[in-house]
Design a protein around this ligand. Sequence first.
Ligand code: ADP
Ligand code: MG
Length: 139
Amino acid sequence: MKTDITFTMVKPDAVNSGHIGLILDKITKAGFKFVAIKYTHLTIEQAGAFYEVHQERPFYRDLVTFMSSGPIVAAILQKENAVADFRKLIGTTDPSKADEGTIRKAFAKSIQENAVHGSDSNENATIEASFFFSNFERF
Ligand code: ADP
Ligand code: MG
């Protein structure tokens, strides 16, 4: 059983900037194992559904437009304490406040175009992983 998992995306800004390889390398070096990975392009409907929890927030429409503006890399990651450790690795939502050494500090352009997604709880990690991957795509 793959229990201690989190879910991530390399967002369209970071893909477009050519940072897929550098970001996946940082994730690997931080001790995360890839359970599943795919390169895909979300439709507006899919991005809207993924971020449904934020639908009342003022940034929701822009976020959905941005997340469907180009391809992304989606992945399930496994590590002890995966959710919390991954949030630490990526840094704060607003990259201007992110710690040195974090992925968002290194690669994010703005609070919206912030390079990577990371699940905020074990429950959401499970939901988000299942949004993208079937059991046959997990190893
Ligand atoms: P996080 O990705 O750090 O968990 P949230 O779940 O609060 O952050 O927000 C989801 C995504 O929505 C963020 O990663 C970012 O792309 C975008 N976002 C969040 N807050 C804002 C904001 N104030 N203005 C524009 N976009 C935002
Ligand atoms: Mg979040």
